[in-house]
Design a protein around this ligand. Structure first.
Ligand SMILES: [Fe+2]
Ligand SMILES: [Fe+2]
Length: 261
């Protein structure tokens, strides 16, 4: 199993928190949360990296490829920013990496449609929900230095989500009916995976305390509600506006059994 060790980068970041009156339980919960984020942010880099060869094969404009290349660096930096918080909380900024399956290539369709599938899944679904979750969390955050970290990460995630919707704006008018239908079928699978992934990371439990919530241990029940609201109010209408059957796909995905409760 590969290990991610950002202890050196975390110490070098020079990030500090004010004196916090935390119970051991609150501190452990906060360290666990930020360490989990550190891993998730770091491995997001590999997803954007996987898009680049696909964009080349699909003859996507080179400026858009450069934008994605910048996003790789942003996700790696988010990983270090979260590691710095772990370090400031007194934790070790290192963790085992989960198995990392390769980014889906979708060989059953052409390069442009394959890229569109990944764009939908990564930017229009995952990054759009990330914006909602981090945006809300920022409002709950206590220490100013921590709020500044979330603000900086949020600004990048907004860029990642917007990139997806903007690319879709330019690609969608050229989809024929069969392509829209195939993308609709793909969206059912993408939504089902997305739901399971988010629910796994948002356990249905309250934050252990208001103090823990102020340093990033969110209320999982509220986060789950926000996730569902974001899909219903932002993602589905965004897909529908661009001629993709988002509502039908989301309803179909919800009927599929979930491995997560
Ligand atoms: Fe990120
Ligand atoms: Fe992102």
């Amino acid at each position: 199993m590969a290990r991610l060790d950002l202890t050196r980068q975390a110490a070098a970041a020079g990030f500090s928190l004010p004196a916090l009156e935390l119970t051991d339980e609150d501190r452990e919960a906060a360290i666990g949360t930020w360490r989990g984020r550190m891993v998730n942010e770091h491995i997001s880099a590999r997803v954007f990296a996987g898009l680049i060869p696909q964009m080349m094969a699909a003859e996507i404009d080179a400026s858009a490829q450069a934008e994605v290349a910048r996003m790789i660096g942003e996700e790696l930096r988010h990983g270090v920013q979260c590691a710095a918080v772990v370090h400031a909380l007194g934790g070790q900024a290192a963790a085992d990496l989960p198995p990392l399956p390769p980014v889906a290539q979708h060989p059953e369709v052409g390069p442009l449609e394959g890229f569109t599938r990944n764009l939908l899944s990564i930017c229009c679904l995952s990054e759009t929900v990330a914006v909602a979750l981090i945006g809300r969390e920022r409002l709950e955050t206590g220490p100013e230095s921590l709020e500044a970290v979330l603000k900086a990460i949020l600004a990048d995630e907004v860029g990642h989500a917007r990139f997806g919707w903007r690319m879709l704006d330019s690609l969608a008018p050229n989809f024929d009916r069969a392509t829209r239908e195939r993308l609709g079928d793909y969206l059912i699978t993408a939504f089902a995976h997305f739901r399971d992934h988010e629910l796994l990371h948002l356990p249905e439990v309250a934050s252990p305390s208001a103090r823990a919530e102020a340093i990033g241990v969110c209320d999982g029940r509220e986060a789950r509600r926000l996730f569902a609201d974001t899909v219903d109010r932002i993602i589905v209408p965004g897909l529908e506006r661009r001629g993709l059957p988002g509502g039908e796909a989301w309803r179909a995905a919800q009927r599929l059994p979930s491995a997560v409760v």
